[in-house]
Structures are given as C-alpha cells and as structure tokens.
Design a binder for this molecule. Sequence first.
Ligand code: GDP
Length: 466
Amino acid sequence: MQPNSHSARATSTPHSGTNAVVPSETIAAVASAPGVGGVGVLRVSGPLAPTIARTLLGREPRPRHAHYAAFRDVAGDPIDRGLLLFFPTPRSYTGEDVLELHTHGSPVVLRLLLARTLELGARHARPGEFSERAFLNGKLDLAQAEAVADLVASGSAAAARAAQRSLDGEFSERVHALVEAVVRLRVWIEAAIDFPEDEIDFLATPELAADLAALRTRLDELLAATRRGVRLADGLHVVIVGRPNVGKSSLMNALSRSERAIVTDVAGTTRDVLRETIDLDGVALTLVDTAGLREAGDHVEREGIRRARAELERADLAILVSDDAHVANDLDLLAELPPEVERLVVHNKIDLAGDHPRVEQREGRTHLWLSAKSGAGLDRLAAELKRRAGVEDAGGAFSARARHVAALERARARLAAADDALNRQRAGELAAEELRQVQQFLGEITGEFSSDDLLGEIFASFCIGK
Ligand code: GDP
C-alpha cells in the first residue's frame, strides 16, 4: 500500500514530538497471508532491504519494478517463485528502503521466506511497526496511520471507504485547515498584545469576532462529522430490550437469519441475560433482557443487572420490543435507559391481529410495526438500523476514533473559553493562551503533539505486518 501524493502533501513535516531518527534495524513480517490459493506478501523495511533484495534476486533490483524470481533458502534450494519489488527510500510506504515479496499464500512458504530474511539480518516487526515508521518518517500523520488499522478492521464496505478517505488525508486536511485558522487568530491577537496602546481597538474589531465565530462553527461541524466517522468505523451498538416473551430473541434470529438466540414459549424462562452480538452489515446488535433492568433478588440476577447496565451505557441505540397489543404498558421501560441512548419502538407480532407493517413517528420517536415470525416489516427495520449506522448514506464520510472526538471536544471547550476571554473580558493574553491550547489539542489528532506513550498504545493495537 503506497501513500499517494495527497497524503504526502498533507504531512510534509515529520512528527515533531520525536526525533525522526531513521531506525537502524531492518524489520520483516508477513503482511498478507490468505488461505490456500491466495497471494502471500512478505514485507521488509530498513537499511538491509537492498542487500536482502540483491541476495534473493541474484542481481541488483530495479526500483519499483516487478521481478519474477525464484526465492532460495541458504542452501540454494528453492522456497517458491514469485514477484520481488524494491522501493528505495524515500518513495516507499515507510519512507525507508522497502522490499516486498509476493508469493503463493502458503503459510509454510511464508514462514520459510520470513526465516530467510531473518537469516539475512532482519528482525521480526512488532505490530504496527511499518505504519509507525511511516509516521516517524512523515509519510503518514497519526490519523492516517490509524486509518490503516481501521481499513484492515473495517466491518462493512462503507467503513472501508471511510477509512480509505481518512488514509487519503481528508480528515487530516480538515484538522490542518482548522489549525491554520487558529494560527491566524493567534498571530492577530499576539500582535495586538505587542502593541498595547492599540490593543483594545484591535481586539474589539468585528472581523476578529466574526473569524472566531466562524472557527467555532467549523469546529462543531468537524466534531459532528468525526462522531459519525467513529460510529461508521465502530459500527452502531444496538441493544434490544423488552419484557419476556415479546419476541426479542425471535427478532434477533430473524435479523441474523440464524438460530443463535434461543426462542422459548415460556415467559421468564431462565436464560442468559445477555446474548451474543450479531452483525448486520456493520451494525452490532446485542440482546439485553429487561430481566436485567429490573430490581432483582439473587446474585445471579444482580450480576445480570450489572452487565445489562454496562451494555446499555455503551449503546448508541435501544430497540424496545413490545407485543403490539401491549406497547402502551411497555413504554415505561424507556425511562430506564440512559438519556443519551437513541430509542426505537418495535410493535411485534402484527400477524396476530392481521396488521400491516409500517413506520410512524410518534412524539419524536420512530415506531415500527413488524412480525419477527412472518418477517413482514423486517426490511424496514434493517434499513433504519443501517441508516443510523451511517452505512447507507456514507458518501463523503471519513473514519475516526474516540480519541479524535475527545481531542476535538477539548479543543472546542478551549475555543469557547477563548471567545469568552476576547469578547467578554477583552483579555487578549488569556485568549491567546486558550488558542494555543486549541492548537495543541488539534495537533494531537494528527500527531504533531503527542506523547510516546500514546504512540506506543496506538501502534500496539495494529496487526503485525501493517
Ligand atoms: P423473548 O422472550 O422476548 O426473547 O421472546 P421470544 O423470541 O422467545 O418469543 C416468545 C414467543 O413469541 C415465541 O413463541 C415466539 O415464537 C413468539 N413470537 C415471536 N415473534 C412473533 C411474531 O411476530 N408473531 C407471532 N405470532 N409470534 C411471535
């Protein structure tokens, strides 16, 4: 995966928190190992890559040229035939000399080839080490490097496209644009501070107030888009709640088209409080029985309550399932949900009364009529879930992480404080300091300001070979 010119442009300056030292060690790892029949890729990066390339090829490799060659072990016996590609520094994924070997996807072949590169002086790469080196060499910024991991882990086509956009630098560019606007404001305000006799006039100009207001709007927009990006990358976390026997398990089954959830006829039959999660094209659905929400007696039930509550805390959306005849009674269950969780009310078992499937808005809430048994109306529920997950209308979306949202929220709070300092208190120095912090928080997203601990944590979550 080569970074395109777009991403290189977005990140022409290397990470300033770490000295961008070129690591002296050469690393090697299997970058792609599909099952039988696919192509396996082994990647080597570092100063020994040219020597290893020359040894395996038996001559000097041509840069960025696909050589077809027989790869041999130390005794000269063939391991496999495949393609060898050499990318000299700096035009490579990591920015270092990089060698890629494309072979048959056999795990044995890949293991033998990896062993060969280790004999020739490379060492095993740590998880995420290739992307980390790309970051340290200014090939990718931190948000782009994270997008590599998100792309690999993407659970839906929409999530993959969004991760690709972040990798291309779309998210980073929006952050950079905000940073530039913050810098302009800082220059203005600091100039005013340096000329105290004019300070009041300078700080009170309508243009300055307008620029600050515009910046706040843009930051809010970016924050909203980033939240959508996190949801798209993580999938929508949905819990299904409702009284016993209303058809929650049946609904789960119908949506997953499998028989994983156990359906019983007896109300309140002892079952696991929490069912396994099913995946509906990137939407994660977890079933939480309302048994888990009620006050309960023994410790098994208390544990159930704890787990159900924990599940609800991290939910984006709760589906309240009710028997169509008893919806009015069951709506009080909604009061037990955390306030920030979105709600959807499902009127199940419409087949019993011969009702037809439909969607209606009532008191600001979406109600859906369906039958888990006959399947009528399920398509609308699935569409509603995917829409809320951002999977349906993901055009232009980029992927993001909770870390980015947290940084933007902090930046937003400091920006509000800067606005207050400037427009209410006319305190230029204070406003300048707040804006400095805004810039710092924005810089954490792309990695211009970040601690080595944070970097270690981020790259350790990658898979090996990326
Ligand atoms: P849960 O306790 O809420 O998980 O409910 P179950 O999924 O175990 O279903 C309880 C009973 O209701 C079972 O006998 C199901 O077959 C039945 N049931 C579920 N959904 C429907 C439906 O849409 N129509 C009808 N007629 N019966 C249903």
